[in-house]
Write a protein that binds this ligand. Structure first.
Ligand SMILES: Nc1ncnc2c1ncn2[C@@H]1O[C@H](COP(=O)(O)OP(=O)(O)OP(=O)(O)O)[C@@H](O)[C@H]1O
Ligand SMILES: [Mg+2]
Length: 409
């Protein structure tokens, strides 16, 4: 019986466990459903995260690229001298010549003597060919687009204005007339004279009055700023001038590149000398019909290399000296044109007191007089103000000559 009882309880147990199992299955099913839901969300989440990872890594790639760009070392600029199969002879901008390899992507045919190229800093192998179409150097030279200086702003230079117009405008505007008479028009005009008497102004006024393209460079800048590039800059300016003819090239302060050829010992001197040679070659190189005129200005003509003054180069010299009495009057009148003057002012007497002054100093007299009048709260400028101006300019002048003398002692 015991076994019966045991059997019955066993059956009961079985019934119980059936119910248990069913409920367990139910709960497992629920769990399963929940987990399935969760899996789904996790899967979606995974997809989203994966997507984010790709985006972030793309961004990282871009930033790395930026960083590489920022970190990339500067490239050396050089000129190709010769190409030998898979290598080239280049001259770096400091003048040293190297035999280097070049980037295999560069087309052999594009590399020709004279091409401007960039070189790797360490290996100096050629990385790319620079396009010479737009030249930053020529762009850096000051191209004077119609400066606002006019001939009427120059005093005491009537004769010089006439000469420069004759020498520059006639050949440019009327080249046929010259060939008809069988004469060579002047090619270069040199403005010479002590500082501050209107050389630069005269050239600028000429630029304003002609329709020719006006290209201006300053000799001292050519010598200092473009070390190693002076000769090339000269060449480029002349070729640009020819392209845009009729044109006028104005070289201010030409003594900086055109001084007598001393025994060039420093590389800087040799470089300046090369610039001068290039200038001479360009001036010899253009034929009369090309419509290019060169004007240069200097206040140290005695220092100029005689080669510059030979016929066919700067063969017209226009002297611009310290103004004479009449010249001083007209310069003073120009600079007081917009100044309210009172009746006490007599220009002739004032001009007498300004004996020996340059145009720039006469302008300074008026400026100083104006400062004096303003400091005294006046509405117009009087004779006393101008006399004070003369005193200040003269004392400034003696101070600066004393300074110069002290310097040379
Ligand atoms: N003849 C003049 N008429 C009117 N103003 C003048 C005259 N000469 C000089 N000036 C004044 O002096 C300033 C300097 O003149 P400018 O620069 O032309 O001299 P420069 O002869 O070129 O001197 P530098 O040899 O030092 O280059 C001008 O801006 C102008 O105000
Ligand atoms: Mg000048």
């Amino acid at each position: 019986m015991a076994s019966d009882a045991a059997g019955a309880s066993h059956v009961e147990d079985d019934v119980d466990s059936d119910a248990d199992i069913a409920s367990e299955i139910d709960s497992l099913k629920r769990d399963f459903e929940m987990l399935a839901d969760r899996t789904q969300t996790l899967l979606t989440e995974k997809l989203l995260l994966e997507n984010e990872i790709t985006q972030v890594s793309k961004r990282a790639g871009r930033l790395e690229e930026d960083l590489r760009h920022l970190k990339s070392p500067p490239l050396v600029v050089g000129h190709v001298q010769d190409v030998i199969e898979d290598r080239a002879i280049v001259k770096s901008s400091n003048g040293t010549v190297f035999l280097v390899t070049y980037n295999p992507r560069i087309n052999h045919a594009d590399l020709s003597p004279g091409s401007r190229v960039t070189l790797n800093q360490d290996t100096l192998s050629i990385i790319e060919i620079l396009n010479d179409g737009w030249d930053p150097l020529v762009a850096a030279s000051e191209i004077i687009h119609k400066p606002d200086t006019k001939f009427s702003m120059l005093g005491g230079l009537d004769q010089q204005i006439k000469s420069i117009r004759e020498a520059v405008e006639m050949p440019l505007l009327n080249p046929d007339a010259f060939s008809k008479f069988g004469i060579d028009p002047p090619r270069g005009v040199l403005l010479s004279g002590p500082p501050g008497n209107g050389k630069t102004m005269l050239a600028k006024a000429l630029a304003n009055s002609t329709n020719a393209t006006f290209l201006g460079i300053v000799g001292s800048e050519l010598a200092q700023k473009y070390i190693g590039e002076g000769g090339r800059l000269v060449r480029e300016i002349f070729s640009m001038a020819r392209e845009k003819a009729p044109s006028v090239i104005f070289i201010d302060e030409i003594d900086a590149i055109g001084s007598k050829r001393l025994d060039s010992t420093t590389s800087g001197d040799r470089e300046v000398h090369r610039t001068l040679m290039q200038l001479l070659a360009e001036m010899d190189g253009f034929s009369d019909s090309e419509g290019v005129m060169v004007i240069a200005a200097t206040n140290r003509m005695e220092l100029l290399d005689k080669a510059l003054l030979r016929p066919g180069r700067f063969d017209r010299i226009i002297g611009i000296d310290v103004p004479d009495f009449e010249g001083r009057i007209s310069i003073l009148e120009i600079h007081t044109r917009n100044v309210p003057l009172d009746d006490s002012v007599d220009m002739r007497k004032l001009a007498k007191k300004c004996e020996g002054m340059s145009g720039a100093e006469l302008k300074a007299v008026v400026t100083e007089a104006g400062m004096h009048a303003i400091s005294e709260d006046k509405n117009s400028m009087s004779k006393e103000d101008l006399e004070e101006g003369v005193r200040r300019v003269l004392s400034e002048r003696s101070r600066s000559t004393e300074g110069a003398e002290a310097l040379y002692q």
